[in-house]
Write a protein that binds this ligand. Structure first.
Ligand code: BTN
Length: 246
């Protein structure tokens, strides 16, 4: 077991990702260490967004990885691996979940989890990655400012033991990470693509030129999203270059 072999709990802190990165700058934590908390006062999401979570209701974790065997240009594999681990966990309780590219975990049209992977890269080597995960488990009410949140308990009408969820999620992430270590990249990519939200169906998107109808074909090199337009043209997008119209 790598992920979950070492657990570091803090009752509250500003952000598990920030603390984990600070700890790593001072000393080398064992690979697979999970830093987790009941409450973040400054939880961070993508693009400088906040990640707000009611105290003691959800999983707020950061996983320490040393994926030195992954070239920085291929680092989207880490993201795919973590996304699949979360999906494996959720599929124990649900009949379906998907990944809204690049790494939001969705159930139907609602977001149940977010991932923030922050890596330190030196030359052609990833020194460490901190895989931050916010996974909504028992929270029933969300602020109106969050667009489309959902939790496991809202979906199933049950409440869950957070500690048991943490251990299970650790195991599911560990199995996927071992798949990455074993070099099963094709399988990881194929499974990730098969779980993509709105794969192969015509929906509205917005890019720098405006709104259009397109369908997601696959994920290309560097984790870029490949979308076909109605006229047959195919475009590839990096994160932030394309918006889903929900
Ligand atoms: C997103 O969807 O924008 C990513 C959200 C990531 C939130 C998690 S919660 C644990 C970890 N610590 C943070 O400050 N952020 C991540």
């Amino acid at each position: 077991m790598i992920i979950g072999s070492n657990l570091l709990f803090f009752e509250n802190l500003p952000s598990t990702n920030t603390l984990t990165a600070d700890l790593l700058k001072k000393s080398r934590l064992p690979e697979g260490t999970i830093v987790y908390t009941n409450y973040q006062s400054a939880g961070r999401g993508y693009s400088g967004n906040r990640w707000d979570s009611e105290e003691s209701k959800n999983l707020l974790i950061s996983v320490v990885l040393f994926p030195s065997f992954v070239n920085p240009v291929d680092q989207f594999y880490i993201s795919m691996t973590v996304s699949l681990g979360i999906c494996d966990f959720l599929m124990r309780f649900l009949t379906d979940c998907s990944v809204k590219w690049p790494n939001d975990i969705y159930v139907n049209n609602d977001k149940i989890a977010g991932i923030l992977i922050e890596s330190s890269v030196s030359g052609d080597q990833i020194e460490y990655s901190v895989a931050g995960i916010g996974l909504n488990i028992n929270q029933e009410k969300f602020s109106d400012t969050i667009p489309n949140p959902v939790s496991l308990s809202r979906l199933t009408g049950r409440s869950y033991d957070l500690r048991a969820c943490l251990m299970q999620l650790g195991t599911d992430l560990d199995n996927r990470y071992k798949q990455l270590i074993a070099g099963n990249r094709l399988q990881i990519k194929e499974e990730y693509v098969s779980k993509l939200y709105r794969l192969n169906e015509w929906f509205e998107f917005r890019d720098i030129k405006g709104r259009y109808t397109g369908r997601i074909l696959t994920v290309a090199d560097y984790g870029r999203l490949q979308i076909e337009r109605e006229n047959g043209n195919i475009n590839e997008y990096a994160f932030k270059e394309i918006e889903f119209i929900l």
